[in-house]
Each structure stands twice: as structure tokens, then as C-alpha cells.
Design a protein around this ligand. Structure first.
Ligand SMILES: *[C@@H]1O[C@H](CO)[C@@H](O)[C@H](O)[C@H]1NC(C)=O
Length: 374
């Protein structure tokens, strides 16, 4: 019995250390988990997870104790449309990205990549959905002249819909923020590109922006060879009322980490509420195992405007635990996405990068010396 008490005492002390130590709190966690990809399983120890949930509840958390280098100013080429700094100016390409302490390094790299590869970088307007609006200062320090707005995403908005699941990692409220873009962004913003925080754009994002959605509300690369059945439980498929939602469509998997969204249509047809309805059903009946992806599949799979696969070369995160590295899918590449449980900044910091992580590194603006300075 004695050794059990010693061991549990040790763990309590370790937990206390993690909760109280400000220097530890500023480290990016070694087990990055948030992902819209189906392979992003829980890898957190309960102690670390506990700390993160606490921190995410606390909107007034202390500013992050790390910093970013300032990016160069990226100028428009000569024949770009003239613009102003007003969000409603029609020349803008609108991009939405989430911002939280855990993924801010990835978000900053994503912004950097989009600016660097655009012909008209001054015509991009960024909309950041943040759990903690203090991160605005960090964004401004990296990009002093960026056109952007930070919106506070209130976790209580989704908390009531999130089922208590063993996989808490997939249930981070900010994962659901993409469902609220139509409500949160300025009404004059009628189209937006949503991007996850674990990707880089290596092509001119205006090409993605100008993709036609036809009559559809959401555009994304589709993967029709993936086995769609496995995204939902037997309970879902065996209930004719539920399963019939896919009756007159040909549903295909799509990754919600890169989407072009028609916010005008989204508002008109009330898709936010439709997605919430499925989340309510999930809370009572467990019709799927994953977090924020399945309700999007329920509403949009089979009704998505197919976008070229070059715009989401996904899965590069691979599996951190097995240490596996993924290769690119065949074909051209406009966007690299480290979905999956491994993140390039974690692997680079631990000197165990995958070969393709070297394509993320040039966009990293993280200032490692800032940790020592604190
Ligand atoms: C798809 O997955 C389901 C559930 O895992 C399985 O029963 C079915 O055989 C699979 N279908 C194909 C074509 O692999």
C-alpha cells in the first residue's frame, strides 16, 4: 500500500507544479491534439488536459509568455485592386483562423504563408476567432500592418452541445468556432475561407478565393473513396430516421480544416442551427465518435462544391505516438495540412522532424529566445 500512496503523492505534486508554474504554462504542449482530422485521438495525460481546460475557461488569462519575430511587410504587386483598411471593402479576400495559446504558433505561420505567397497580400483580411483576446497583441507584433479583427469566441456557446466524451481533446470548444462564422463575422462579409491552424498555404490564396461554389454553400476537397460508414456509429446507421438523412445524396468525406464558405447562403438557410441540432442528437444518442467533424458531414456531405485536392494535402501530422511520417498524396500542392496527432513545431523542437516538416519551418515566426527572457 505504501508504494501506491507514494506514487499518487508524486502525481499530485506533478499536477500542482503544472497548474501553478507560469513558465510551464507558456510551453507549447508536447502532445498537440486539436485536429479536425479523424486521426486526432486523445494523447493528453489527465493532468495536462485539466490545466488546458482551466486555461480555456479563463478569458482573462495572463498574456502568453512568448513572442514572435516581426514578419517583413508584404506588398501588393502593381495591378492589384486598390483597397482600404475597412473590413467591408469589396476588394478583400477574407480568411478566418482560430487563435489560442496552444496553436498560436501554427496560426501565425499560416498567416505568414498566405501573405508571402499572395500577389496581393494587402488585399487579405484576417478574422481571428480567439479564446483569449490578449493574443491580439501577439498577432500585431508579428504583422504590424495586417488587416485583421479578433473576435472573442464564447465557449459557453457550444459547451451545452458538447457531449461528455472520453476524448476530451476532440471536444475543445474552439474546434466548433467554424460553425459560428456566419453569426460572428461582419454581415458585409459574404464569403470566407476557413483555415485550420496546422497548415501553410504555398500558392496564391486568391485562386482558392475565386473558386466557384455553384449553388453550394460550402466548398472543400472531397474524398469519395474513404469509407464513409465509419464516421458514424451502428446506432446511427441502424436507425432509419437518422440514417435517412443521407438517403438522396452521395455522401463523401471532406476535411473541415479548409473550407470556402458562402456566408450569405449560410445565414439564409440557417446552417448553424442545423449543425447544432445534430449536436443535440449526439448528446443524447452517441451517433458518432469524433468531435466537430461529423455534424458538418451530416449537414453537408454530398452537398459540397468539390475543390481541387491541391488545396488540402492533409494528414501530414501522421501519428505522433507511433512516430510515423506521412508523405504527400500524388498531384500538385497549394496547401500543406498537418492534420493528425503530430504537429511540425512539436517535432522540430524535439529534434525529431518528419521530412515534410521542413516545408513548414520557413513560415515559423516563433522567437525561441523569448522563453529564456521570461
Ligand atoms: C466500411 O466500414 C464499415 C464499418 O467499419 C464496414 O462494416 C464495411 O465493411 C466497410 N466497407 C468497405 C467497402 O470497406
Amino acid at each position: 500500500m505504501m508504494w501506491i500512496m507514494r506514487v499518487s503523492g508524486f502525481f499530485s505534486a506533478a499536477l500542482l507544479l503544472i497548474v501553478i508554474s507560469p513558465s510551464l504554462q507558456s510551453f507549447p504542449p508536447t502532445e498537440a491534439i486539436r485536429s479536425s482530422h479523424f486521426q486526432g485521438y486523445l494523447r493528453f495525460s489527465p493532468a495536462v488536459n485539466h490545466y488546458h481546460n482551466q486555461n480555456r475557461n479563463n478569458h482573462n488569462a495572463a498574456p502568453a509568455a512568448f513572442s514572435f519575430q516581426q514578419a517583413p511587410f508584404f506588398r501588393n504587386v502593381a495591378d492589384c485592386e486598390s483597397t482600404s483598411n475597412h473590413v467591408c471593402h469589396p476588394s478583400f479576400i477574407h480568411i478566418a483562423i482560430t487563435l489560442d495559446e496552444e496553436y498560436v504558433r501554427g496560426s501565425i505561420a499560416a498567416v505568414h504563408s498566405a501573405l508571402q505567397n499572395a500577389l496581393c497580400p494587402e488585399n487579405i483580411f484576417f478574422h481571428f476567432l480567439a479564446s483569449d483576446t490578449n493574443l491580439e497583441t501577439l498577432v500585431r507584433s508579428a504583422f504590424p500592418r495586417l488587416n485583421f479583427k479578433v473576435y472573442h469566441f464564447d465557449h459557453n456557446r457550444v459547451r451545452k452541445f458538447i457531449s461528455s466524451s472520453v476524448r476530451h481533446a476532440l471536444e475543445q470548444p474552439l474546434n466548433y468556432a467554424r460553425n459560428y462564422l456566419a453569426d460572428m463575422l461582419e454581415p458585409c462579409v459574404r464569403r470566407v475561407i476557413y483555415l485550420d491552424s496546422d497548415l501553410v498555404v504555398v500558392d496564391d490564396v486568391s485562386k482558392l478565393w475565386h473558386t466557384s461554389l455553384g449553388s453550394r454553400t460550402v466548398g472543400a476537397p472531397e474524398y469519395c473513396r474513404a469509407n464513409f460508414t465509419k464516421y458514424f456509429t451502428d446506432k446511427f446507421w441502424s436507425n432509419p430516421n437518422l440514417a435517412s438523412t443521407f438517403a438522396y445524396r452521395k455522401p463523401c468525406y471532406f476535411n473541415t480544416g479548409v473550407m470556402v464558405m458562402d456566408l450569405g447562403k449560410w445565414r439564409r438557410f440557417g446552417y448553424t442551427r442545423r449543425i447544432e441540432n445534430w449536436m443535440e442528437i449526439q448528446k443524447e444518442r452517441r451517433i458518432y465518435e469524433l468531435g466537430s467533424l461529423p455534424p458538418f458531414l451530416l449537414v453537408f456531405a454530398g452537398h459540397v462544391a468539390p475543390i481541387d485536392h491541391r488545396w488540402n494535402q492533409h494528414g501530414l501530422g501522421g501519428d505522433n505516438v507511433k512516430g510515423s511520417c506521412r508523405d504527400l498524396h500524388p498531384g500538385p500542392v497549394s496547401l500543406l495540412h498537418w492534420s493528425g496527432s503530430g504537429k511540425p513545431w512539436v517535432r522540430l523542437d524535439s529534434n525529431r522532424p518528419c521530412p515534410l516538416d521542413s516545408l513548414w519551418a520557413p513560415y515559423d515566426l516563433y522567437n525561441p529566445s523569448s522563453l529564456a527572457a521570461n
